[in-house]
Design a protein around this ligand. Sequence first.
Ligand code: SAM
Length: 368
Amino acid sequence: MSQPETTLWELEPHTEAKHIILRNYLRAWFPIMGQYNSRILFLDGYSGPGQYDNGEDGSPIIAIKEAMQYLDSCDKRISNKPEIAEIVMIFIEENTERAIHLQERIDSMEIHKKINVQVVNSNFEDTANDILQELEKSKAQLAPAFLFVDPFGYNLSFELIQKLMDNPKCEVFINFMYEFINRFIRRIGQEAVMTKLFGNEDWKQLDLDCQPEERRELIHGLYQQQLIDNTAKYVRSFEMKGKRNSTKYFLFYGTNHKKGLLKMKDAMWSVDTGGTYTFSDATNPLQGVLFGNEPNYEYLKDLLLLEFKGKTATIEEIEDYVLCSTPFRTTHIKLPILKPMEQNQELRILTDRKRRWTYPAGTIIEIF
Ligand SMILES: C[S@@+](CC[C@H](N)C(=O)[O-])C[C@H]1O[C@@H](n2cnc3c(N)ncnc32)[C@H](O)[C@@H]1O
């Protein structure tokens, strides 16, 4: 789809999938962050008008609804624990009609008193830089934040993402518009924008005269490496393919916290593609793992054997490996993999346990 010019536009199936992921992730993120912080921030850098042609919610409204659901559940709970004081939600939208539309939608909602919503009719770069400068002046840090960066195109500053992510407890979710980037990466006149996007000139060294898959691996790999080197300890990426099996975009998620990674994987695996598009983990482009299908347990077993064959490991070490280094969830390990392996005598349990075929905390496993 080319970039829409109207205030609202049609919701495409893969955008809907992106929204399911965002919604499911925030449903976990607000309670986790709210438990430990008195103030948290949701920053939507390219917010859009908050609504699609047929009335569907856009990302700002999805986020507000999730924040409200969390605060309502806090209100109902009787607890001595300190409560979250404020959820700041900043929505940046460059297009004035879209910003007005968003503001009107928000005004029509009954917003919880602990939510501080700001719609900023400006561009992401200037607004985020202003926020960072203010913080620097007052020697303060950004509140723990979820940054949603969802542009139409690729005029996006890596340096800015890096500066925002320098603040502890910041997570980022970026829509890397591969279809356009791939089309324009060699186009004369795009050099400065590409350097800005990738954060350096390494993109110029990519040998892109190759097959589309290899090209995709190179471009995706460079951006992923930049994020790993400069922004977050854990980076995963997810590929969204359109009808003709061509890559539309990659969603990159970066966090410094394993719990975030765990929750994002849960959110990703919850997307039911319904066959209209393909959605896979692309962190290791040599072997993408499709979501929405039965997990490919054979592949997970291969990965586990590659890592642990001939070794002894605790269940925690195995779970940690699956969480941090594979596309799979930790819930994919015990029943689908370890139990059949144990039944086939491909592994041995070295610790005591109450019930057969269970792998409680502290279990030590020898994998043959
Ligand atoms: C892909 S849409 C956002 C969709 C929205 N995040 C959602 O999921 O519902 C991108 C939006 O960013 C706006 N935009 C484009 N350039 C921008 C910039 N530099 N800063 C802020 N907003 C921008 C566009 O007008 C458009 O509404």
